[in-house]
Design a protein around this ligand. Sequence first.
Ligand SMILES: *Cc1c(COP(=O)(O)O)cnc(C)c1O
Length: 404
Amino acid sequence: MLKVTNIRNDFPILKREVNGKPLVYLDNAATSQTPQQVIDVITDYYHNYNANIHRGVHALSQEATDKYEEARAIIQRHINAAKPHEVIFTSGTTHSINLVANGFSSLIKKEDEILVSAMEHHSNIVPWQMLCERTGATLKVIPMNQEGELVMKTYHELLSPKTKLVFCNHVSNALGTVNPIEEIIGAAHKVGAAVLIDGAQAAPHIIADVQALDVDFYTISAHKVCGPTGAGMLYGKEEWLKRLPPYQGGGEMIAEVTFEKTTYADLPHKFEAGTPNICGGIAFGAALDYMNHIGFDAIAAYEQELLTYATEQLLSIEGLKIYGTAKEKTSVISFNVEQIHPYDIGTILDKLGIAVRTGHHCAQPIMDFYKIPGTVRASFCFYNTKEEVDTLVAGVKRAKSMLL
Ligand SMILES: *Cc1c(COP(=O)(O)O)cnc(C)c1O
């Protein structure tokens, strides 16, 4: 059982007020809050051992290097990667995806096809469109249904020997749908395609075992798992990371440089040009430690309770429609109230101290599919409570009475 009161005490920001009201933070799908344990790790870094890594002979540099590599090992264990150098530190999911898309430029040909799901975040659409522009390859879309689930029958029909890459998020940030990635990966491998799973939205709720999944690439952003912004990771199978060319050139990623020729460093350094976000990487590891200490089973069970309760309570409001009613969902609820623009609801909720997101949630194709301008999205974390759900429901009712 999860002790929510104790957990809330770990998050200083949850004590603040917004517009004279206690903050009710329900925008966790955009970014999660940071516990004191992680803030302490960040402070400790700048107080005690801030230094550049990997090159220094002095004590601080060695300490920073050790802590940074320890964080890599924490991430490796968390996703069960076979080797530490299969974990590449990046600035987040967007960076991770661009790294892979750029790398495939030299491996993709004009006649090849790339499949992407209809419910992707823009960061998992645009880099592939750019890749197709560079290579002449064709981008095809795995469609979704009204419930917000992928149409798997069509997916299987779209796969062919021409398919070289498949991209899909593990969990949709706009709808909360948990996608059947085992089936997606297995079927793609049968036709020889590589698979990248965007795990940005899954990571706060589900542990992905990359070896059991047999996935080729998997991405996580630290700021969605109680870590800082500007840090994240790309998991890649060693064989793929060896085949892909480096993304950026610079310091750290080379073995030898002359003006005639440069040879690249071994993994993971080949993909980690320049001074990285050292503190961010270390704090990312601390954030995963924090969440694992609470336990992902307990987190998932509690969040499902919140999801069920919030779904019931919100649906009791007349004229409220929820988008994304997949059988398997994480604690994300996207909704609209008849005749009211989502932005107007969001603005009134903010006046009441309630933070939700409104708009297309970086997933415009989903909004086009439902023929709506956007939604109000409430996304719950393990530190949210049923009382906060009640505050949200009362707030939506209040907004409705003011706007209609
Ligand atoms: C947040 C998110 C991203 C983008 O992550 P960044 O940290 O902004 O790079 C991509 N995909 C999904 C599903 C997300 O939820």
